[in-house]
Design a protein around this ligand. Structure first.
Ligand SMILES: [Cu+2]
Length: 231
């Protein structure tokens, strides 16, 4: 019993600081909308299938009159064939169009040179190593395991690892992005609300992987400027 309580405690307490489906940035909102869309479609299919399932169970159940008789074989039905061929196509299209659109938009945001959009985008270089995060800002200022961002400012992260593969994840602000040694990956979002958001490494990277957490503090622009200037 004590073991069960402990396991439940770990499950319910361990992730309590990290909130998924509570978007606080444009990117996270896009992703949350996609999750709700696919969940909604899935529920729609599930409900229709269950209604049909119980309908058929009751309609075609054995009665004293039908006992021992074999129902007539259903010959081809053009409309049934068309329905169950076309319906999945429509469902997949509803799912695929916004997903592909969002994928391209999010990719476009991080491809190309930030220098071309000077001033509009803030660059933060991220270095991951066992078991901490180093954030380097445009003026060379560094912070460890604490990411400070101004609200309503598009930020582009350029991430790289100094050892093994890590994964950068702040559920409130964005999806995950792999952080690879010898290669740069990118991620972009615009925080829309001040607050403190928990982030962590989402790729098992060694014995102390679970300690590889960081805090993202989204503050007002003026507070950010003051912080950036401080030695
Ligand atoms: Cu890691």
């Amino acid at each position: 019993m004590r073991k069960i309580v402990m396991v439940l405690g770990i499950i319910f307490l361990s992730g309590c600081q990290m909130r998924v489906l509570d978007p606080k940035s444009d990117t996270a909102e896009t992703l949350t909308d996609l999750i709700y869309l696919s969940f909604g479609l899935m529920m729609l299919v599930l409900i229709v299938v269950f209604i049909l399932f119980f309908r058929f169970l009751s309609k075609f159940r054995e009665t004293p009159e039908t006992r021992g008789t074999i129902p007539a074989n259903e010959k081809e039905s053009k409309w049934l064939e068309i329905t169950w061929t076309v319906l999945p196509f429509i469902l997949l299209a509803i799912l695929a169009v916004p997903t592909v659109k969002a994928t391209y938009e999010l990719t476009a945001k991080v491809s190309g040179n930030v220098e071309e959009t000077q001033g509009d985008v803030m660059v933060v270089n991220v270095e991951a190593q066992q078991y901490n995060w180093k954030f380097v800002y445009e003026n060379g200022k560094e912070s460890f395991d604490e990411l400070i961002l101004p609200v309503d400012q598009e930020v582009q992260f350029r991430l790289t690892s100094n050892d093994v593969i890590h994964s950068f994840w702040v559920p409130n602000l964005s999806g995950k992005i792999d952080v690879l040694p010898g290669e740069e990956t990118r991620l972009s979002f615009k925080p829309g609300e001040t607050g403190v958001y928990q982030g962590k490494c989402a790729e098992f990277c060694g014995a102390k992987h679970t300690l590889m957490r960081f805090e993202t503090k989204v503050v007002e622009q003026s507070a950010f400027d003051d912080w950036l200037k401080k030695e």
